[in-house]
Design a protein around this ligand. Structure first.
Ligand code: FES
Ligand code: FES
Length: 227
């Protein structure tokens, strides 16, 4: 599943300073040319060796390789927002793609599409996952909940208390991160119905708000405790 992760910002590289030139332009070009030739020669040798190895591969190797070929499609069953779904999808299809494209649950937002921002967060068996980095096949047999399922509005019901708290605390600006934030908050309440501020911050640590509405998001989730 698309697990959340801590990010490390790499130290920025200082731009070249206007000090003395230690390598002449001629030497630099010559050095670059030789490096390029060496790289091309290395690549050629590598591909030649790889080609030879491929030709020499035994029948067993070929059988094993064939057995390891990925399946093209898989059949999956999921209960999405309380509704059983059965579908055949490409084995490499992501949960976010199935939810948005096949089931039209566009409340699942794609921000970074790289397991960094959390806007695609949905609940799978009550746990928050990045749907942009979770293969749909891995959710086979699971209970999946998106923002559409958290709100009962489409079934004539009411907003979820967390949603009401977000509105009352003005916890959004553009709103793009909001579905993921609310899914993450709901998952937090499943694990811990009465989180304190530090636990709320930790529970939402995998979600980024590009508008920087963090103070009001914290207020909203705090107000939803015990609601
Ligand atoms: S879109 Fe999935 S983590 Fe950003
Ligand atoms: S409200 Fe705009 S990204 Fe959070």
């Amino acid at each position: 599943m698309g697990m959340r992760k801590n990010r490390k910002v790499p130290p920025s590289q200082p731009p070249p300073q206007g000090g003395r030139r230690t390598v002449s332009r001629r030497k630099f070009i010559l050095g670059g040319g030789l490096a390029a030739i060496a790289a091309v020669a290395g690549q050629t040798l590598n591909s030649f060796a790889a080609e030879r190895k491929k030709k020499k591969g035994s029948a067993t190797d070929r059988k094993t390789a064939k057995a390891a070929e990925p399946l093209k499609t898989v059949e999956i069953r999921m209960t999405v927002n309380g509704v059983p779904k059965r579908m055949t999808v490409s084995a490499g299809k992501l949960l976010s793609e199935v939810l948005r494209e096949d089931l039209h649950l566009t409340g699942v937002k794609i921000g970074c599409n790289a397991a960094e921002c959390g806007s695609c967060t949905v609940l799978v068996n009550g746990r928050p996952v990045y749907s942009c980095r979770t293969l749909a096949a891995l959710a086979d047999g699971a209970l999946v909940e998106t923002i559409e399922g958290i709100s009962g509005v489409s079934e004539g019901g009411n907003l979820h208390p967390i949603q009401k708290s977000f509105i009352e605390a003005d916890a959004l600006q553009c709103g793009y991160c909001t579905p993921g934030m609310i899914c993450a908050a709901k998952a937090l309440f499943i694990r811990n119905p009465r989180p304190d501020d530090d636990q709320i911050r930790a529970g939402l640590a995998g979600n980024i708000c590009r508008c920087g509405a963090y103070d009001n998001i914290l207020k909203a989730v705090r107000a939803a405790v015990g609601r």
